[in-house]
Design a protein around this ligand. Structure first.
Ligand SMILES: Cc1cc2nc3c(=O)[nH]c(=O)nc-3n(C[C@H](O)[C@H](O)[C@H](O)COP(=O)(O)OP(=O)(O)OC[C@H]3O[C@@H](n4cnc5c(N)ncnc54)[C@H](O)[C@@H]3O)c2cc1C
Length: 403
């Protein structure tokens, strides 16, 4: 079941080789360069070197479903590759396969004008530009996107934007030049037709990057920005798809984005299990290796069982996306978006425990993986909202009237 195609196998082998030869050895160099810079949003040279090498090896834009932009792989073919990239926090950006740029490229590909493609999509595909997606707002519960308030008011040939966004991931990346912003153009329209998305240069007059939001006290390199919009003028030609299409675009964008997160999450869980086993075998307490204790073996066995379960569910969701489409696969996408981060978190947490104090330091990638995985229970929709999607589908089977 879910047999890999020959081309996916070739990419898998090439990617594994790239990880061993370049990515893992780059991790301590990355840490040292970041520390030496003293700037949490520094773009370390080692990452640019990895990008050159990945591109030279043809390991570039692997996520892109459109042939010519990348290899044009299916979701099922991409899944094991994203899993491998997920093993190191450096690999997705090194291969130009990192969120949120992947989702933004997809939006520009599907809904951008020729000008957007030339100005933004091309450098994004080249990896010379970064982008951010600004939907969530501090003043409203944004897991229900119909609450979004940022106003987009038509004035002649342009729109005037006023409001506040936060958690715009990547907005503090040194190469970030463009935001895809969701706001409200018509508060009187039907709930899912009020929202519109626009392409907005990050240096447009009236945009202020207020701060980088810390995650568990740390500033991520790409940054999660709080952004103020005061009388930001955006030409009407920078509307994506059309007025009132924002909600539909966000659904199109978030489906693939969510499953990509899950694929990478499995890679993190695999690496945590690997580290857990190595450490448990290497350290001795009370006269025997830590690995000899029944509870530790129980954690290791459970980790193996659970990784296999989430991988199979991810592959099933990917297969359905390829064969019946993202909409019909929404229950499986929602299910894996809940299961993968929760299970990987548990495995990483146990791996941290087996490492003792070292587990919470940055000598191992476990603490950073835990922090990232914990945010994935919120980003791209909190667990409860995905469970709501699943429950509604289940209940619909039994309810007499529409829910
Ligand atoms: C690290 C990180 C990166 C992010 N990156 C981006 C980004 O790039 N762009 C962007 O626009 N946003 C981004 N987000 C924001 C993220 O998508 C939102 O935080 C998320 O959608 C939840 O919205 P909210 O924070 O407004 O929570 P709220 O909508 O206020 O919800 C709070 C909580 O209420 C509960 N809840 C909500 N609805 C239900 C329900 N129906 N049943 C039961 N419980 C419910 C959930 O537990 C939820 O966590 C990011 C968030 C994080 C943490």
């Amino acid at each position: 079941m879910f047999e890999l195609t020959d081309r996916a196998k070739r990419y898998q082998e090439d990617l594994l080789d790239f990880m061993d030869a370049h990515v893992y050895p780059a991790e301590p160099v990355y840490e040292a360069q970041m520390r030496a810079s003293g700037d949490p949003h520094f773009q370390p040279p080692i990452l640019e070197e990895l990008k050159v090498e990945a591109r030279r090896r043809g390991l570039w834009n692997l996520f892109h479903p459109h042939p010519g932009r990348g290899p044009g792989l299916t979701n099922l073919e991409y899944a094991p590759l994203a899993e491998i990239m997920g093993r190191s926090h450096l690999a997705p950006e090194a291969c130009n396969c990192n969120a949120p740029d992947t989702g933004n490229m997809e939006v520009l590909e599907l809904f951008g004008t020729e000008e957007h493609k030339e100005k933004y999509l091309k450098p994004l595909l080249e990896g010379t530009m970064a982008s951010a997606f600004a939907m969530t707002e501090p003043r409203v519960a944004s897991s229900d996107a119909t609450n979004i308030e940022l106003s987009m008011v038509r004035d002649g040939d342009s729109y005037v934007l006023n409001g506040r966004k936060w958690f715009a991931t990547n907005a503090l990346h040194k190469n970030c030049r463009v935001l895809i912003v969701m706001g409200k153009t018509d508060p009187t329209a039907a709930p899912h037709r009020q929202q519109t998305m626009m392409v907005v240069p990050i240096d447009a007059p009236g945009i202020t990057l207020l701060r980088g939001l810390p995650v568990f006290g740390y500033q991520d390199r790409d940054g999660h920005a709080e952004i103020d919009f005061t009388d930001v003028r955006v030409p009407a030609t920078d509307v994506l798809k059309g007025e009132g299409e924002g909600f539909a675009i966000s659904q199109a964008r978030l489906g693939p984005g969510r499953i990509h997160h899950c694929m990478r999450t499995i890679g993190m869980a695999e690496r945590a299990l690997e580290l857990m086993c190595e450490r448990a075998l290497a350290r001795v307490t009370f006269g025997r290796p830590i690995a000899d204790n029944a509870n530790i073996q129980d954690w290791i066995a459970e980790a193996r069982i659970e990784i296999e379960m989430i991988r199979l569910l991810t592959l099933k969701a990917a297969h359905l996306m390829d064969t019946v489409g993202n909409k019909a696969a929404r229950t499986e996408i929602a299910a894996i978006k809940v299961a993968a981060p929760n299970i990987a978190l548990k495995i990483v947490d146990r791996a941290i425990q087996v490492h003792g104090g070292a587990g919470v330091t940055d000598d191992f990638p476990l603490a950073a993986a835990w922090a990232h995985l914990r945010t994935l229970r919120l980003a791209d929709g909190p667990d409860e909202v995905h469970k709501r999607t699943i429950a509604r589908q289940e209940l619909r089977k039994y309810a007499k009237k529409e829910i």
